[in-house]
Design a protein around this ligand. Structure first.
Ligand SMILES: [Zn+2]
Length: 50
């Protein structure tokens, strides 16, 4: 399992809320494409993304 898969699993069980691993200040935001697939996670504070 890679990090992205692990985050997806986390999202399914914890409903979207996990802190940015970089700044640990804001919650990561799920970025999805038109099909609703998660394409990446982005921090609204520092713009760090996975
Ligand atoms: Zn951040």
């Amino acid at each position: 399992m890679n990090l992205i898969d692990s985050l997806r699993r986390h999202n399914e069980s914890e409903n979207n809320a996990f802190l940015c691993p970089d700044c640990r200040f804001a919650f990561m935001t799920k970025i999805t494409d038109n099909d609703g697939q998660i394409v990446r996670w982005q921090c609204p504070k520092c713009n760090y993304f996975l």
